[in-house]
Design a protein around this ligand. Sequence first.
Ligand code: UDX
Ligand code: UDX
Length: 452
Amino acid sequence: MKICCIGAGYVGGPTMAMIAHKCPDIQVTVVDINAERIAAWNSQNLPIYELGLDELVFASRDKNLFFSTDVDKGITEADIVFISVNTPTKTYGTGAGKASDLKYIELCARKIAEVSTSDKIVVEKSTLPVRTAETVRTILDNCPSDVNFQVLSNPEFLAEGTAIEDLLDPDRVLIGGAETPEGQAAIQALFDVYARWVPKEKILTTNVWSSELSKLTANAFLAQRISSINAISALCEATEANVDEVAAAIGTDSRIGPKFLKSSIGFGGSCFQKDVLNLVYLCEHYGLTEVAEYWEQVIKMNDHQRQRFVKRIVSTLFNTVAGKKIAILGFAFKKDTNDTRESSAIYICRDLLEEQAEVHIYDPKVSKSQICADIGVPEDHPLVNVSNSAAEACDNAHALAVLTEWDEFKELDFQAIYESMLKPAFIFDGRNILDLEALREIGFTTHGVGRS
Ligand code: UDX
Ligand code: UDX
């Protein structure tokens, strides 16, 4: 059997590396139109930082795992073709700001139709609006040669930073397919791939539409939990309750559960905002106005949480940060990844620049060029500086703000940092990872999210 995956991104790369690792008899080829990215996958310096990924890739690469820009060849040779290209929020025309831009998916489907000379199972790995499989199917049906296609939905639930762990031991694998005998046979073929390492009872099969909608729903529920606890954090700050204590207290209720109740500067990442907006757009499309408004509030709360954090910095620093040096610790959207897509840090830095603050940013895995591109400033912008260490960023700063929960920030020499900062020295812990009590003893003025 041969598998091809179109899209060598955060999802396609690790997922295919795991399949290749677990199925040495299957030839797995990951193709991408981005030659630079493919070159990086073929080098010692992989384009994605993910714990355990290097070992996995280096062990299978050029044996049964290949990275290539030859998209046509990859598709032609494969029995199963995964589509794992990006589906960003549309920035133009109908649905701008909400709907998913499906142009890359359509391009992939057209390419598969154009070059295929044998029957194939086409698997949607990218998160898509419900009924996208229909579009893919219609395009494939216009294939010039006499080839049979089955379209499956197999959404990815891995979280970045723990991708390898999540792929190795997933809560579930979801496969949606047609209810026809051919559809069921296609489901079985993909089921058999995952069954090499995932217990059979964890592999769920549904119809295509349920599978597509389940992915959007899972991300919407997860995002909603974060917005819910963040809403409560605002109330905690007003009432001297402590959001971590509230989260711990409600999380012990088995119906609520302890996970995803960490109050923060708001969720980031490539998925939550895009998928919730996508859900909102779908509801609007079907005339479900109230349902759309209900889910849209999750995004509004997230925007509010980011803005609230900056307002708190400004008001604490005597209502102005103009010309003041603010150290920003962490820029990635979460720890253990170099991904900055939709990171709250981007919005917080932009708002601080709007207030004319001088930001000095340090992140252990994100490059200066990435940081400046995300904020939308040239690399020589006078107010944006990228430091090589946390200590360097904090030197002579009026305040420091933790925006990503990197473990190394818990181990910093805060006594030395305090001595190097201007006084009063302020700490804003946007991730609630620091021992604020201990920091106050050193002399800092401290603020967490939903706690003081
Ligand atoms: C993306 C989506 O964001 C997510 O919703 C979906 O579940 C999986 O795909 P990710 O892997 O993180 O997630 O995206 P990204 O890292 O941007 O990778 C996509 C890759 O597809 C890029 O390397 C891009 O060059 C490639 N691509 C895009 C193609 O090869 N062909 C195209 O036509 C378009
Ligand atoms: C998410 C989903 O978890 C995953 O199943 C899906 O396939 C893709 O989207 P990811 O975006 O990689 O994964 O990371 P996740 O761990 O979900 O974190 C998303 C954001 O929420 C991060 O910015 C994180 O810091 C934030 N978060 C998470 C909180 O603010 N509080 C929490 O309690 C949990």
